[in-house]
Design a protein around this ligand. Structure first.
Ligand SMILES: [Zn+2]
Length: 382
C-alpha cells in the first residue's frame, strides 16, 4: 500500500490529496488505450479530437476514483474519524483514516459509501449517453465512464478484505458475533481467496484466451490484494500483542526536565550528552511546556544561541496527555494519528491536581511489541 509519499496536488474538505508516482504510469496507459480506442471507433474525428477526448476521459476517471474515496472520507468524518490523506496510485485510490471504526455499523456505512458513489457516477455518465449519441465526443466519454464506474463499484464489492466488500463483510460478521478479531480473520481469509481467484483468472485469460494484457493486469491486482490481506492479519497481531497492556505498563518513569530559560544551544548539548530526545519544560517546579528534538530542529541553527527553550517549546495547553490506565493500542493510534513520538503520562490524584508520572514513547511501545512477539514465537503453545 502506498504511504503518504507522492506529490501533494491540493486538499479537499481539509484532506490532503496525493498522487503516487505509480499513478503516472496508469494514467499514461489508460490515456493511450483510450486514444487508440477512439481512433478506431470514431474515424471521422480529427486526431487532436481523439487525444483530447482521451485525456479528458482519463482525467474524469481519476476524478471518479477521488470522488469514491471522498465518499468514504465524508462518512468517516461524520463519525469523528480523522482522514489523514487520500492517495491515488496504480490500483486506484486509498483513503487513510486515523483509526479503526469503533462500531460495526460505522465500518459498514464507511465501506458502502464508496460503491454507492461509483454507482451514482455510473448513472450520471449513463445519463450523458442518453443526451448525446456515441458518435459525439460527450457520448463516447459518457459511455466509457459509465462502464468503468460500474466496474469499479462492482469489483470493490467483492467480499475480500481490504476491498470495500470485504469491509462490509467484516462489519456483518463483527456485528453478528461482536468479535472484531474473529471478523477480521474471516474477512482476511476471504480476501486471500478473492486474491487467488483473481490470479487464477489472470492465468486463464493469458493461457486460454491469449489475452496477456488482461491476464497480467488481473494477476497484478490479485498479488496486490493478497499482500494487503496478509497485512491486515499482521495488524491484527499488533492488536493482540498490545491487548491488555496499559500506558503505565510500558512508560518510562524517569521524566527528564529542563528549565525554561535554557538556551537552545545548551539544550542541544544536553540532548547530545544524554541521548534523551524529549524533555518537560519547567519553572520553579511548575510545568510550562514540552521540548523535543523536532521542535528544536524547527528553529534555524543560527538562532539557537539567542533563543530560549520557552520560545520554541510546545506550550502546556497544546501537549497531548496520556493516562496511566489508558489502553496501549488506543494510545498508539493516538500517537500515530497526531504524528507525535511521545506523550507525558499524567495521573489525577484527588487532592493535589495533575501529576506527571512518566513518559510514553512510540519506541517503548514498539520494544514491547518486539519482545512479546519473540516470546510468543518461542512458546510451544502457539
Ligand atoms: Zn472504496
Amino acid at each position: 500500500m502506498p504511504t503518504k509519499s507522492g506529490f501533494r496536488i491540493g486538499s479537499i474538505l481539509g484532506i490532503p490529496i496525493y498522487l503516487h508516482a505509480s499513478w503516472l504510469l496508469i494514467f499514461g496507459l489508460i490515456t493511450y488505450s483510450l486514444g487508440m480506442q477512439f481512433t478506431q471507433s470514431h474515424p471521422q474525428w480529427s486526431s487532436t479530437q481523439h487525444w483530447t477526448v482521451g485525456v479528458l476521459t482519463s482525467l474524469l476517471f481519476f476524478a471518479s476514483v477521488l470522488f469514491h474515496e471522498l465518499s468514504h472520507s465524508v462518512v468517516a468524518m461524520h463519525y469523528k474519524i480523522r482522514v489523514a490523506s487520500i492517495t491515488l496510485f496504480l490500483f486506484g485510490g486509498v483513503a487513510r483514516i486515523g483509526r479503526e471504526p469503533s462500531k460495526a455499523i460505522q465500518e459498514f456505512n464507511i465501506a458502502i459509501a464508496g460503491p454507492i458513489a461509483s454507482y451514482f457516477l455510473c448513472a450520471f455518465f449513463f445519463g450523458l449517453t442518453l443526451l448525446f449519441p456515441y458518435s459525439d465526443a460527450l457520448g463516447a466519454l459518457g459511455l466509457w465512464l459509465a462502464q468503468i464506474n460500474f466496474a469499479v463499484a462492482t469489483f470493490n464489492l467483492l467480499p475480500g478484505f481490504p476491498l470495500d466488500g470485504g469491509r462490509i463483510f467484516r462489519a456483518a460478521v463483527w456485528g453478528a458475533t461482536k468479535d472484531f478479531t474473529h471478523a477480521t480473520r474471516v474477512a482476511s481469509v476471504s480476501g486471500q481467496l478473492v486474491a487467488y481467484g483473481l490470479i487464477l483468472l489472470g492465468a486463464w485469460f493469458a493461457a486460454v484466451k491469449r489475452d496477456w494484457q488482461s491476464g497480467l493486469w488481473l494477476a497484478c491486482i490479485g498479488f496486490y490484494l493478497q499482500s494487503a490481506a496478509r497485512d491486515s492479519i499482521a495488524q491484527l497481531a499488533i492488536r493482540e500483542t498490545l491487548a491488555g497492556l496499559r500506558a503505565s505498563d510500558v512508560m518510562n518513569n524517569e521524566v527528564p526536565t529542563i528549565n525554561r530559560n535554557t538556551s537552545l544551544e545548551e539544550y542541544s548539548a544536553e540532548v547530545l550528552r544524554t541521548g534523551r530526545r524529549c524533555h518537560l519544560v519547567v519553572t520553579e517546579d511548575r510545568l510550562v511546556g514540552m521540548m523535543n528534538v523536532n521542535t528544536l530542529n524547527a528553529v534555524p541553527r543560527g538562532e539557537w544561541g539567542n533563543m530560549s527553550v520557552q520560545g520554541a517549546m510546545i506550550p502546556r495547553e497544546k501537549i497531548l496527555w496520556a493516562r496511566p490506565d489508558e489502553p496501549l493500542l488506543g494510545l498508539l493510534e493516538r500517537l500515530v494519528s497526531a504524528d507525535v513520538n511521545q506523550m507525558p503520562v499524567v495521573s489525577d490524584t484527588e487532592n493535589d491536581g495533575a501529576h506527571i508520572v512518566g513518559m510514553i514513547t512510540r519506541d517503548s511501545i514498539l520494544r514491547v511489541m518486539q519482545a512479546r512477539s519473540e516470546v510468543g514465537s518461542l512458546s510451544p503453545t502457539r
